[in-house]
Write a protein that binds this ligand. Structure first.
Ligand code: AKB
Length: 315
């Protein structure tokens, strides 16, 4: 049975991943850490430690204290925040990653960290973006993600650390909102549809990006971590996605449930520029072939579930 340490555990992915891992491996087998305590901590229950990922010494101490065999490193600044403060993003995203990899090397732990569609850039083929292709992103977040993928490959090749990763698209969930991402509009649109029947998108009509519902993302992480290592050719990191969508597709789908819903646009040039540098749709063949990646939610099934869950929360 795995014993897992998670950084950034109270964030968008972490809060749902911790809950699912505790169901599968037992509450005491999953140690949640974050830089601060929030109300999410109560929701996830179980062992919790305060941890700034830039404090490598404390990270090793926590890993030793709970005798973990796996580390899932989630703490990071997202694309829009990183672009506002690039040096801070470099320090946190790369400093945190290298500390977590060092803990994995020293204690011989299995390792997971997410990459992103942000690891691609304007010169990457935009449609059906291959697993192995040009990666010259023009954002600090993208630079961090490409460097992170390479660093994880390096720790595997040089030190034998069992590193694994996924290139996530925008993740949509009703539990914990994301913060500072370019794809955040795709989450906000559902909250605003339920609360106000109206949303103003900061991403322009016709801008396609990949998205996935959180339950599919959580299952993909666990499935990849459990996958037979001899079958993995692309460890860091696999393209995964469920849908390629633009704001007007969410609008049409939401209107099937809330006919009076109105979508308006007030484009934020900074986030629009990031979105336009990313692929329209990515190819997930490698993930399917090497470890059986699949999704259960398309846009229509996800929209129905998101609206039901948010209506139950806010109405
Ligand atoms: C972001 O928008 O920054 C993230 C991502 C796609 O990595 N959601």
């Amino acid at each position: 049975m795995k014993r897992i340490l998670i950084t950034g555990a109270l964030g968008q992915i972490g809060s749902e991943l911790v809950a699912q891992l505790r169901k599968e491996y037992g509450t005491d087998h999953v140690v949640a850490t974050d830089i601060r305590r929030t109300e999410n901590e109560v929701g996830i229950g179980g062992p919790f430690e305060l941890l700034d990922v830039l404090d490598g010494k404390k990270m090793v101490e926590i890993a030793k204290k709970y005798q973990v065999d796996t580390i899932i490193h989630l703490a990071a600044l997202l694309s829009a925040t990183a672009e506002k403060n690039p040096l801070l993003a470099w320090n946190i995203n790369m400093g945190g990653l290298v500390n977590a990899l060092e803990v994995a090397r020293e204690l011989q732990l299995q390792f997971f960290t997410p990459s992103s569609i942000g690891a691609f850039g304007p010169s990457t083929p935009k449609d059906n973006t291959p697993q192995d292709t040009i990666q010259r992103p023009n954002t600090m977040y993208g630079v961090n993600k490409v460097a992170g993928e390479l660093l994880c490959d390096y720790y595997f090749q040089k030190f034998g650390v069992d590193t694994r990763g996924l290139r996530f698209p925008g993740l949509i969930s009703y539990v914990t909102p994301p913060g500072g991402g370019t794809t955040d509009y795709a989450v906000e649109i559902y909250y605003e549809a339920v609360k106000r029947k109206k949303y103003t998108s900061f991403i322009d009509k016709g801008t396609y990006m990949d998205m996935m519902y959180m339950p599919d993302a959580i299952r993909a992480i666990i499935q990849l971590m459990e996958a037979d290592p001899t079958k993995l050719i692309h460890r860091n990191a696999f393209n995964v996605t469920a849908m390629s969508v633009a704001p007007e597709h969410f609008e049409a789908e939401i209107q099937k449930h809330i006919p009076e819903f109105v979508l308006e646009y007030d484009v934020d040039p900074a986030r629009q520029r990031i979105a336009e540098s990313w692929p329209n749709s990515i190819d997930t063949t490698a993930a399917k072939q090497e470890w059986g990646f699949h999704t259960e939610y398309d846009l229509s099934k996800m929209t129905k579930d998101m609206l039901e869950k948010l209506q139950a929360k806010y109405m």
